[in-house]
Design a protein around this ligand. Structure first.
Ligand SMILES: [Zn+2]
Length: 254
């Protein structure tokens, strides 16, 4: 079992950076929670602990003590930057003798692949959570909260989803986490768009006609889906219903 400790930066009385109507502590919790949920839903052989799961005040020492006491295999600290820049960067501390750069490289590559942020590079810093952890540790800075463009991106749930998925893919690659098998689902899809607004419009139309439509982002497309089933027959029935309602439905396996 690979033990991943996820640390959403700040919290409680410490909001972190603030800008454009966002507080760092809330965005880091959103990203970290999605990272946990995706890892647990889609991978085997992984267990997760978090430094906080709500808006609690947790000191830096409490965070690293918790990870060390648990014997975590990896420590991931999630932050949002500020101070007049733009884009994504991540940090490791090289003073501890634990090889960290391979984890940093994996996470960095996967995030830059999925997330539309300027690449500020892989960096090093003597931060408490990197220095005082007994395991490899990486700290990510996901955009600048005081930059209007970055902040607008951070307000989008599909953007947050991609940031989380980038972290997940980097961690999964670093530890060779096995994907859950037997999880193939037959999904009923009524459209796929490169422009999100088009997907949102179709989803809204489907909702009006009584379908439980949702938009998911995968492989560069916003896909409008109305159901997911383990059983192909059920998917076929829903697809027929959608066709009868005037939609072009296809069944995709994911
Ligand atoms: Zn921070």
């Amino acid at each position: 079992m690979v033990k991943i400790f996820i640390d959403p930066g700040h919290g409680g009385t410490d909001p972190g950076a603030i800008g454009n109507g966002l507080q760092e502590k809330n965005v880091t919790l959103q990203i970290a929670t999605r990272i946990r949920d995706i890892l647990l839903a889609e991978y085997n052989n992984v267990s997760i602990r978090m430094s906080r799961t709500g808006d609690q005040t947790v000191s830096l020492t409490e965070r690293t003590n918790a990870a060390n006491a648990w014997g975590a295999d990896f420590y991931l600290s999630v932050h949002i930057n500020s101070g007049g820049g733009t884009g994504y960067e991540d940090y490791v501390y090289l003073g501890v003798g634990v090889p960290t750069t391979i984890y940093q490289k994996n996470i960095h590559e996967q995030i830059i692949k999925l997330v539309d942020f300027f690449d500020r590079g892989m960096k090093q810093a003597n931060f408490h959570v990197l220095r005082e952890t007994n395991m490899p540790a990486v700290l990510t800075e996901n955009g600048f909260i005081d930059n209007a463009n970055d902040a607008a991106k951070l307000k989008s749930s599909s953007f947050i989803e991609n940031i989380a998925r980038g972290h997940v893919n980097g961690i999964a690659r670093s530890f060779g986490l096995p994907k859950k098998s037997g999880g193939t689902l037959y999904k009923v899809q009524i459209g796929a768009f490169s422009v999100k607004a088009n997907a949102d419009n179709l989803a809204a139309e489907a909702k009006i006609k009584g379908f439980d439509a949702y938009v998911s982002y995968k492989d560069g497309l916003y896909k409008v889906q109305i159901g997911a089933f383990a059983n192909l027959k059920n998917a076929e029935q829903l697809a027929e219903k959608a066709e009868a309602a005037g939609f072009e439905a296809i069944i995709v396996q994911e």
